[in-house]
Design a protein around this ligand. Structure first.
Ligand code: 5GP
Ligand code: ZN
Length: 114
C-alpha cells in the first residue's frame, strides 16, 4: 500500500483516535505521546512537509494553527501553556512525511529542544 500512515488513518484503513475533523484538516491522538496531551493536527491533503505548503497554502497553514489553538483550549492546556511543533525534513526530526502540527501540553518543555 503506497499511502502514508496519515492518509491511511484519514481513509479509515488504519485505526486512530480521531478527535477533530473538518473540510480541510483532522486531528488525532499521537500513538506514542510525549506529554499528557499530545495531538497531531493534519491537513487532509497529502503535503509532504512545511516546505511543500509554504508558498501557496497560507490559508491552510493558518487554519492548522487555529485548530491547534482551539484543541489546546478544549484540552485545558491553554492557561498553563503548551507547545506546537512542526518537524520539517531529516534534520528537523520529521519521521512521517505528511505535514502535521504537534500540539503538546501538560508538562514543562525545555528550551532549546533536544
Ligand atoms: P514527526 O516525527 O514526523 O514530527 O511526528 C510523527 C508523529 O506521528 C510521531 O509523534 C509518532 O508517534 C506519530 N505516529 C506515527 N505513526 C502513527 C500512527 O500510526 N498513529 C498515530 N496516531 N500517530 C502516529
Ligand atoms: Zn499522507
Amino acid at each position: 500500500m503506497e499511502r502514508c500512515i496519515f492518509c491511511r488513518i484519514l481513509a479509515r484503513q488504519t485505526p486512530a483516535k480521531i478527535v477533530f475533523e473538518d473540510d480541510s484538516v483532522f486531528a488525532v491522538e499521537d500513538i506514542n505521546p510525549q506529554s499528557p496531551v499530545h495531538l497531531l493536527v493534519i491537513p487532509r491533503e497529502h503535503l509532504v512537509s512545511l516546505k511543500d505548503a509554504a508558498a501557496d497554502r497560507e490559508g491552510l497553514l493558518g487554519h492548522l494553527l487555529a485548530v491547534a489553538a482551539k484543541l489546546a483550549r478544549e484540552r485545558r492546556i491553554e492557561s498553563d501553556g503548551y507547545r506546537l511543533v512542526i518537524n520539517t525534513g531529516a534534520l528537523g526530526g520529521q519521521s512521517v512525511f505528511h505535514l502535521h502540527v504537534h500540539v503538546m501540553g501538560g508538562r514543562m518543555f525545555h528550551w532549546p529542544p533536544g
